[in-house]
Design a protein around this ligand. Structure first.
Ligand code: HEM
Ligand code: NAG
Ligand code: NAG
Ligand code: NAG
Ligand code: NAG
Ligand code: NAG
Length: 523
């Protein structure tokens, strides 16, 4: 009886599905409430989020958007309500200060009910959170963390010394070395960035570099604890939520939390929050003797701040630090080492400059205080940010009132974006845009004009810009400088194969896949 009812209902269900999936989007397209039909769109992008989802699924959306702009011009529609801009002017207009533009619903989707500082879309709530966290990232606190980062760079160099000889750092080491002594550097840089952020933030170093594996603990909301693989957890989880993130919040909720809640990929996202929950609860139970970055969070009531941050909020912010502090950092480390291995002349030049400018006691691990004054080191890092920014895609923003962007009148309620991948490769801003030339960044280099240097300042934006720009920028430069300088002073680097080209998989960030490399000690 029930079965026949279901069967009888099936045609209606199919019709309903067709209406929702096909007819409604087409009608919506022609009604054109936001006046977007005048903009060119690739294939079905004007009707459906499937265009963006398709390219996200395969991890190449940044390339698809880049190509579409080359084919269709500076203003292109990427989704039913999403317009992408490609003029330099647009970048400032979208991301800069003093606009009414906010983060898109895409971020609400990522947040799942308890938004962290990076996800939250409301300007007011964001301002409050940013204020709460600004103490954490004040220059003074970051400088206090230097010795911790230096100690972990030291561990990384020890691990690389072992890997370069074909050894294993411990009996748990899961990472292979080939007969010729080639190994994949990426997971080691990733384990470095994990060990560094867990140390400076929660004083709970994961110890991945000591063991050569990425097993860590995650805590479920019910308090139970399990062991998870850190690297896999986040990547699979992130790919999944970015893929579904293009749906409107209603459809996202339905898919992610109802229909697909059981899937492996979805669980991974939960495991990742679990890692942050475990770090935060452990840290609250065992305050360290020496202050860490967490010490600056308002987690306990004081006379000045009578109501402290709630546990769920602490977990949400912990999760963004674990994520932002790790993934972008390891991507930029991998990119920079790739460019240096690919360009031996730049690598040799950097090594020479470092060794000449530093006292013997600072070789190979120097403090950021010393390294800050070496422009070539900064140029090497900035040039890799330009060519391969860890966030390549255009971070989606939402107009809240009619706005003029790049001369176009855009109504309220439209998603707008502009991707750094394309911006950073614009030949009219950067001469030889596709070449890795750190020298272009050097102050007063006569080979480049002041205008060219100004373009670098204005239009290379790996940390985004405006009110939602990266809060961890100083911490990032500190970690990157100490780590890159150490790796270059201690070893000479050669690509595993001479013509190796680094490949990427884009989730939200643009993640390098593997970097097979050889390291020869040079100290
Ligand atoms: C090379 C390293 C890094 C790069 C390239 C980078 C890049 C970025 C970018 C592009 C954004 C804007 C994202 C968006 O609009 O969706 C951002 C935001 C953010 N980053 Fe970073 N980041 C780096 C390191 C870090 C570190 C080490 C931390 C902290 C531990 C951090 C914490 C954050 C936070 C909390 C936000 C959100 C800020 C807000 O919405 O107010 N980042 N980052
Ligand atoms: C590159 O920059 C120029 C000059 O600012 C701009 O006119 C042009 O549209 C940009 N190119 C692309 C592909 O966005
Ligand atoms: C995530 O946690 C579940 C248990 O809740 C576990 O079965 C699964 O293996 C974990 N996934 C990863 C990638 O660690
Ligand atoms: C950290 O970044 C690496 C590389 O992108 C990734 O494999 C790992 O899952 C990330 N982990 C977290 C917790 O963000
Ligand atoms: C900022 O911290 C205070 C505790 O001092 C907390 O009550 C408040 O909710 C936080 N603000 C936001 C927007 O998270
Ligand atoms: C983004 O904006 C910059 C400048 O603001 C421009 O040069 C670049 O081409 C834009 N790219 C895309 C894809 O929107």
């Amino acid at each position: 009886m029930i079965v026949t009812n279901v069967m009888a209902g099936l045609p209606y269900a199919i019709i309903a599905l067709l209406v929702v999936a096909v007819v409604y989007p087409v009608i919506d397209y022609f009604i054109d409430r936001h006046g977007l039909r005048k903009y060119p769109a690739p294939s079905i992008a004007g009707f459906s989020p499937l265009w963006q989802m398709y390219y996200n699924y395969f991890g190449v959306k940044y390339l698809a958007v880049h190509r579409v702009h080359q084919q269709l011009g500076p203003v292109v529609r990427l989704g039913p309500k999403h317009v992408s801009f490609s003029s330099p002017q647009a970048f400032r207009e979208i991301y800069g200060h003093g606009t009414s533009i906010i983060k898109d619903a895409f971020y609400d989707n990522q947040a799942g009910g308890n938004p962290n500082m990076a996800d939250v879309t409301s300007k007011e709530v964001h301002r409050g959170k940013r204020k709460n966290l600004s103490f954490v990232f004040a220059a003074k606190q970051i400088i206090a963390m230097e010795p911790r980062v230096m100690a972990i760079v030291d561990k990384l160099l020890k691990a690389v010394a072992i890997k370069s000889q074909g050894g294993r750092v411990s009996s748990q080491d899961r990472f292979a070395v080939s007969k010729e002594g080639t190994f994949d550097l990426r997971p080691w840089l990733n384990m470095f960035s994990y060990d560094a952020i867990t140390n400076v933030f929660w004083s709970q170093t994961y110890g991945f570099l000591d063991r050569g594996d990425d097993d860590c603990l995650a805590q479920n909301p019910d308090g139970s604890v399990q062991s998870v693989h850190a690297m896999q957890t986040f990547h699979t989880g992130a790919a999944w939520s970015v893929f579904l993130g293009h749906l409107t919040p209603f459809w996202y909720g339905l898919f992610k939390r109802q229909l697909l809640a059981w899937t492996f990929r979805n669980k991974c996202g939960d495991n990742f929050t679990g890692m942050a929950r475990y770090l935060a609860t452990q840290r609250l139970q065992h305050p360290p003797a020496v202050p860490d970055l967490f010490s600056n969070l308002p987690v306990t009531a004081t006379a000045k701040r009578p109501d402290p941050m709630a546990l769920e909020e602490i977990i949400a912010e912990s999760s963004v630090m674990l994520n932002a502090g790790n993934d972008t950092t390891q991507s930029s480390l991998t990119n920079t080492m790739y460019f240096l291995a690919r360009n031996p002349d730049k690598q040799t030049k950097l090594r020479k400059i470092l060794k000449e400018s530093l006292p013997a006691s600072s070789i190979p691990v120097a403090s950021y205080e010393d390294l800050q004054h070496i422009p070539y080191l900064r140029a090497v890092i900035d040039e890799s940010f330009r060519l391969h920014a860890p966030l390549g895609t255009g971070a989606p923003r939402l107009t809240t009132e009619p706005t003029v962007i790049d001369g176009e009148h855009i109504q309220a309620g439209v998603t707008v974006s502009n991707q750094t991948w394309s911006l950073h490769r614009n030949e009219s801003l950067f001469r030889d845009a596709l070449a890795y030339i750190p020298e272009r960044w050097l102050p007063e280099n006569p080979d480049y004009t002041d205008e060219e240097r100004q373009n670098l300042k204005d239009f290379v934006a790996p940390f985004s810009m405006g009110p939602r720009a990266c809060i961890g920028r100083n911490l990032a430069y500190m970690e990157l400088s100490i780590c890159i300088a150490g790796l270059v002073m201690a070893f000479e680097w050669k690509l595993g194969q001479k013509d190796f080209v680094l490949k990427y998989h884009e989730r939200f960030n643009l993640n390098p896949i593997e970097l097979p490399i050889k390291a020869t000690p040079v100290l």
